[in-house]
Design a protein around this ligand. Sequence first.
Ligand code: SAH
Ligand code: SF4
Length: 425
Amino acid sequence: MTEPQTTSASATTSPTATAGLVEKTPLERYQPPAKPSLVGLSRAQLTEALASIGVPAVRRKMRVQQTWHWVYVRGARQFDAMTSISRELRAALDRHFTLARPEIVAEQVSADGTRKWLLRLPGEHSLDRPHEIECVYIPEADRGTLCLSSQVGCTLACSFCHTGTQRLVRNLTPGEIVGQIMVARDCLDDWLGAARLDASPAASGASQEGKGGQRLISNIVMMGMGEPLYNFEAVRDALLIAADGDGIAISKRRITLSTSGVVPNISRAGAEIGCMLAVSLHAVSDELRNDLVPLNRKYPIKELLDACRNYPGLSNARRITFEYVMLKGVNDSLTDAKALVKLLKGIPAKINLIPFNPWPGTKYECSDWERIEKFSEIIFNAGYASPVRTPRGRDILAACGQLKSASEKLSARERLALRAMAMTD
Ligand code: SAH
Ligand code: SF4
């Protein structure tokens, strides 16, 4: 069998928008893409996709490798850009597939460099209204972290979390999870061959992260909307694509999955993904945790910590991060701090104190700064690193679930203004 022949090599215009050029389709005219996107397919699925359009078995491995490189190292948005692939195959790919990423509804840039994207995804069924999710990029001196969503909304309803109050819930596909990385790299000009990288003296030679390159996105955290361990297979498949050394190539040690405590899937995450684990603990007694994280009624603290002790690959070099949101008068007493230290004894751990990020209608307040410092001191004196996660992007509401809710309340004109603002920043 030979590769498919065609007379036309015209490229599809991807519905994806880039940072400065966001063309939003009005909600009522939104049409989910007709052709499937290759973004988010595993190597095995990509092999099948190529087979389905007639790529002969003997060439499939090479073609998969080439396509993978164009999609995940170079960030190709059109098949025509894949110059190492024959013109005929590019045209055939273009007839059957796209390289579409989620559509950008809004991009906001904070004064501290944090960027947040509101992205539109198709509804579950073709006639459903589209969904919106968010993705945040947080630059720091030594790293750039991308915070990804795993679900539209969340079923778990933690009492301090705004995402849990959102009505619509659906799991994201691997393509929609990987798609968030693609969008961020597009907007940040963070692909091999991009002008930004080419201009950088450090970009000579291999520009892969960990190989001397200067990629802006060096770390991934699954800490956006949703509970990643309730969308296990899709999150696993997406993170394995992100970690693939011949593609996006973000090391598994730089990928952290945060869970509210879905105990049965914790060991699976270690075994099947091998990424770093963060656990949203937030309370030291079952009584209080039942209230803050209702999933605790199903998987109480003892079971959760046992699963942590047995996390595959756990060591002093690969510690679990315990997240603890600081809620004034609720979980922030110094007795709580001492109990926290006692509770985590024997587990290689880091403790992340997160200042509560308030949202309209919440009954909670953030602990006073002085209290957070005292709390942190007790933990530090017990031998744990206890960084207080600095609130980032406050001016663009960069907390879990907040850009989405802000944008939902905006009129069409206000949304437009928001986008225009993002474009001029
Ligand atoms: N569902 C997962 C991951 C997403 S939430 C989980 O719960 O771990 C990511 C982190 O943000 C969690 O630690 C969560 O408890 C925290 N969080 C949620 N709402 C917050 C708020 N309003 N202020 C501060 N942290 C919040
Ligand atoms: Fe869901 Fe996490 Fe928010 Fe709880 S904190 S409602 S698990 S996203």
